[in-house]
Design a protein around this ligand. Sequence first.
Ligand SMILES: [Zn+2]
Length: 389
Amino acid sequence: MITMRTTSAASTGVANQQDEPQVHWDARFRTAKGREVAPPALDVPVADTHAHLDMLHHPALALARCAASGVDFVVTVVDPTEDPGYTYRGLGEWEHEARGLLDGWGVRAPVPHVRVIVGCHPHNASKFTREVEQRLIACAGSPHTAGIGEIGLDYHYDLSPRAVQREAFKRQIALANEMVLPVALHLREAHDDGLAILQEEGMPVAGTLLHCFNLGFEVLAPFLKLGCHVAYGGPLTFKKCDEVRDAARRTPLERIVTETDAPFMAPEPLRGTVCGPEDTVFTAARLAEAFGLEGREATKMLTRVYENAHSFFDRDTSSWQDNPKAIRRLATKATGVAGAAGATAAAAAVAGGACATPVGGGVPDAPSLGATAVPGAAIAGAPAPDGEE
Ligand SMILES: [Zn+2]
């Protein structure tokens, strides 16, 4: 028997988890009505380039399900206005627990490779203080961090004033450029302004991924022209979303990746359930179908899509991440205190640890700023409650 050491929302203080539905400790897929559905038979591994593992009740179970379903690479999102340390500290344990589950199921597949992206979500832009920026820099310095995101604009919910969203977005583009890290964009009902800002600020040097694309090709075209990658998730599978499938068909194959946005946006036929990163297999299958591909052709296409995810988000550490002095320099600037006093403040903070705990294979993290910045500041923003972030 496997002893589960699951972490409850109450004990971690992560405020943004949904009410826990009935949990099945297996790797089967079930519809909202509880009917079991067989996953598509895919000959290729699949990547989820955008999941919020920290919002799931059982991240380890999600990782085990991924392994059992053929999802072997997961990019998880953290927000420095919430509790990024929960993920950086938890990851090693989640992987360990996932291994235990898989052994119990008799599944030999390896636990998925996980990378982290960190960014202040536009919902939380009004909480993007200097302290938060320092925390973001500390997290970005970790070798587990693969990019800056999700950042951008959300004019649907307007949870932060639009002018404030634009400033936080611009600032984080500038940071991503200094860090030589790619950017994951969240744009909702704000594509024109998003585009304008990208053009004004210049395209992020290490690449830009438009996350959760759910509109038509006419909205997408200018982003493709700027060189963006595009992530297709649940909406690609929704019955009414022909325009999304049309946009996907017209996206250069080398720019397409798959994702979920778990726990949101579960793909068909799982719509209405709490989405897990393992659900990406349904989206991948639908993507090949949208291209009219089957068998070997589908495999070839999905192999390319999988490789795109790795080349975008599973790079070696950036030149900035490899340079502790550069990390400290950026942190010093973020204190807003000039000269020696700022350097002293940043150096004092570097001894901390919000994001510093080694995870995964025990790779030591870069210097972190967390400890002095964190107390009292964590767990600020909850995501929009309506099942779409
Ligand atoms: Zn998201």
